[in-house]
Write a protein that binds this ligand. Structure first.
Ligand code: ADP
Ligand code: MG
Length: 554
């Protein structure tokens, strides 16, 4: 037999191990959650591969995870009959090269142990958490479909290196054995293990078995797909726990929508609206997305936003279809009428639920808005069909609001002046700049409300949202404004000013001084205190947009 060979961990992995052991100690029980979740993922991957090649299931088709304790040896073993790993998989996944999430995890660690313990799952570095409680770990594994002599044994004390050696293995799948460090004996107690599994892994949809003193296996979790159970049998706590297992988000979700659709096509969806913004919401390769199942088999994560459009990417949860083929591919998903229908129904469910929240629970909606409002503003651009509905959910700063981003377009319309035929807004680089803009002077004087838009996305929003409830949106910094007879200062007659001789002379001198830099200089009634301001044409981009385009190299 070949001898064991030694591989060094890459520096980043060493750093990760070191940090993890020291900084997550007070939440060390999460190691079990991570190992069980890896075992369950391996079972999901096998089921998926077995759709193409049933022989992978060998004579052992029922997926399970088992936990065994050996008190004398002080070891804890978590084994699965999932997809397993071959030598290359082991080297790739367990240590030689840092996985993509490693660096990001290190950067994201906050020092708050509770929060960092959640991050582990989000960044794909969970396996290493075994070293929080173990002074050595071994992984014995064999890939489904390969022969017993392709088995591999990985061993490490988590200090700087691991060894690899061939180790035949009859059963496919993986067994991870932890030799517990001194002081970690609590994890040899079955009652403690039962409690941890129930707390973190109750809704993993395959049985997690614990071996008792007599060698009998006892299933300790619910082991059923929560979303398939009747709603009446699922408690709020169940829903929240399931959400945590799915997302690793320590905050409970703001809302969940559980729907079973039967008829022409049948599917179940369970959609959650989270309370807090995930770290990668604005990154191109965000890990967010719904999970797609076909008849309880996990198929894929919807990274391409087929099940829901991008502006609803904050929604977490899953869709389980009865009618899609099991061997559904990404390509097939792109052009599939069943998916189109699930998508439009899901969009409607989410938007309707946000409308309800906005109407019935302003405080909760304000939380939602502060986490995800910016993303929702992408809606009218991406989904013109729902532009009006999304527009109704938007909230803005305003000259007339309470100072926060709280004014809806409906609020605005409800208190507009008689005869006012536009929704006025002003965009700018910052809220302070917008608030202090001379463009607002005449509006303040006449007590006409103006929406104040200071986020970069706002320029795109107003470029695509031309009206709400039949009333056009109009920038107060663009083109001619006609406020005649509007608002509170009807006695003013600024028109006279525009034709008087001294004004003409002044305009002539300013034109000369500015030359080509401006296309026109004219007298205006939009100012009351400031002597001058810059205005752009009706059909030109706003000044802020021009700045953004310039910054982007246009
Ligand atoms: P993540 O699970 O988020 O990918 P982990 O650090 O928990 O990150 O696991 C790293 C990788 O190791 C997994 O992606 C998987 O490829 C492999 N792995 C870990 N445990 C198992 C297992 N029980 N069976 C098969 N592969 C596993
Ligand atoms: Mg994992």
């Amino acid at each position: 037999a070949q001898a064991a060979e030694t591989h060094e961990f890459q520096a980043e992995v060493r750093q990760l191990l070191d940090l993890m052991i020291h900084s997550l100690y007070s939440n060390r029980e999460i190691f079990l959650r991570e190992l069980v979740s890896n075992a369950a993922d391996a079972a999901d991957r096998l089921r998926f591969e077995a759709i193409q090649d049933e022989s992978l299931l060998e004579d052992d088709p029922k997926p399970r995870v088992s936990i065994q304790v050996d008190a004398d040896a002080r070891t804890l073993t978590i084994s699965d009959n999932g997809v397993g790993m071959n030598r290359e998989d082991v080297i790739d996944n367990l240590g030689t090269i840092a996985r993509s999430g490693t660096r990001r995890f290190l950067d994201a660690m906050t020092g708050d142990q509770k929060q960092d313990a959640q991050l582990i799952g989000q960044f794909g570095v969970g396996f290493y958490s075994a070293f929080i409680v173990a002074d050595s770990v071994s992984v014995h594994t064999r890939r489904a479909g390969e022969s017993a002599d392709q088995g591999v044994l990985w061993r490490s004390d988590g200090k700087g290196a691991f060894t690899l050696e061939p180790a035949p293995r009859e059963r496919r799948g993986t067994a991870v054995t932890l030799h517990l460090a001194e002081g970690q004996d609590e994890f040899l107690e079955r009652q403690r293990l039962r409690q941890i599994v129930r707390r973190y892994s109750d809704h993993i949809a395959l049985p997690i078995e614990l071996e008792d003193e007599q060698g009998e296996m006892e299933t300790v979790n619910q082991a059923s797909a929560l979303w398939m159970r009747p709603k009446s049998e699922i408690s709020d706590e169940d829903y929240q726990q399931f959400y945590q297992q799915l997302t690793y988000d320590p905050e409970p979700p703001l809302e969940w929508l559980h729907n079973k659709v039967e008829g022409n096509q049948s599917y179940t969806s369970l959609l959650y609206i989270p309370a807090q913004r995930p770290f990668d919401l604005f990154e191109a390769d965000t890990q967010q997305g719904l999970r797609l199942y076909v008849r309880r088999v996990f198929i894929m994560e919807d990274r391409e936003n087929r099940l829901l459009p991008r502006y609803l990417r904050f929604v977490r949860g899953l869709v389980d279809s009865d009618d899609l083929p099991l061997n559904v591919s990404r390509e097939l998903l792109q052009h599939n009428r069943l998916i189109d229908r699930i998508r439009s129904a899901s969009v409607k469910r989410v938007l309707d639920s946000l409308e309800r929240m906005a109407r019935d629970d302003a405080e909760r909606y304000a939380r939602f808005w502060s986490s995800f409002g910016t993303v929702l503003k992408e809606g009218p651009v991406e989904d013109p069909g729902n532009a009006e509905k999304v527009a109704g959910l938007l909230r803005f700063h305003s000259t007339h609001g309470d100072g926060g981003q709280t004014v809806s377009l409906a609020d605005y319309l409800a208190r507009r002046h008689e005869g006012q035929t536009a929704i006025y807004y002003l965009t700018g680089e910052s809220l302070a700049a917008v608030r202090n803009s001379p463009h607002l002077e005449i509006f303040r004087q006449r007590d006409i409300e103006v929406l104040l838009l200071a986020e970069p996305i706002d320029e795109w929003l107003v470029a695509h949202l031309s009206e709400y409830d039949g009333v056009p949106l109009q920038s107060v910094a663009k083109g001619d404004l006609n406020l005649d007879g509007l608002g509170d200062s009807p006695e003013e007659k600024p028109e006279q000013l525009e034709t008087s001789e001294p004004v003409d002379a002044l305009i002539g001198r300013i034109r000369e001084a500015l030359g080509d830099q401006v296309s026109e200089v004219r007298a205006s009634s939009r100012l009351t205190d400031s002597p001058a301001c810059i205005v752009v044409g009706d059909d030109e981009f706003g000044l802020n947009m021009q700045r953004m385009l310039k910054a982007a190299g246009h």
